[in-house]
Design a binder for this molecule. Sequence first.
Ligand code: UTP
Length: 268
Amino acid sequence: MKAVIPAAGLGTRFLPATKAVPKEMLLVCDRPAIQYVVEEGLASDADEVVIVNARTKQAIEDHFAPDPDLVALLRERGKDAYADEVERVGNLPVSFVYQDEALGLGHAVLCAADKTGADPFYVLLGDVLVPDNEMLPAMQKVSDQHGGASVIAVMPVADEEVDRFGVIAGIEVEPGVWKVNGLVEKPPAEEAPTNLAVFGRYLLTPRIMELLREVKPGVGGEIQLTDALDALLQEEEMYALVVSPKDGFDTGTRESWLATNNALAAKG
Ligand code: UTP
């Protein structure tokens, strides 16, 4: 089973900071954001992380590549703890596939299809952090309880903010677990079926890859994951696990990046 991390986006909302440094490489406390995400993927039952990268975002690959010269230099200078950490990060089971044009999250996921094959797989957004690594196992458990169905993480948001997110419609089948029967993009507050916003973690059946191949490009020529999830809902059951704002952090905007740094620094 693979954990797929789409990280090929343009990082527009952070420009010009993200002109030379990929958004996913921005530091959050003591490491680049994507290192948290890779470590979370590897703490689950996934045996490999597949990063969907852009050719222009070489820094992500450099970060996860072995660097024997640096390790040797650090050891020569007696800095073994740093050498160990550089060595560890350079040896994580991470592979790369490429999205040649930022054509949307759905398109990025589809770029990993050869890697995921006939198995279910996780999708972890490269700019969303779950530092305690407990969300994927909890999602896997829900899937196991429901015949291997797809499971998406959702987070409650304030009613007045619901129009900024994709939210689910459905019924709560047990505390904190919903059976999803629809996905609504950015609804006005008065029309929102729930205030449960899709958060950046998914456990998906392989059928989603076939459906992504059929999705027509929407706004800005982008292939949306939401459209393929909608199509999947017509064929298969899907569940949502409600997660707490204290367990998951977005770093995709200046405000959320700063708030995440503060929250994680306070946690220690
Ligand atoms: P975002 O929409 O938050 O990232 O996508 P973005 O597109 O880089 O940011 P803006 O909107 O331009 O400011 C969530 C994750 O999906 C990846 C991003 O790299 C990010 O980690 N993504 C997004 C892709 O890999 N490919 C895409 O075409 C779009």
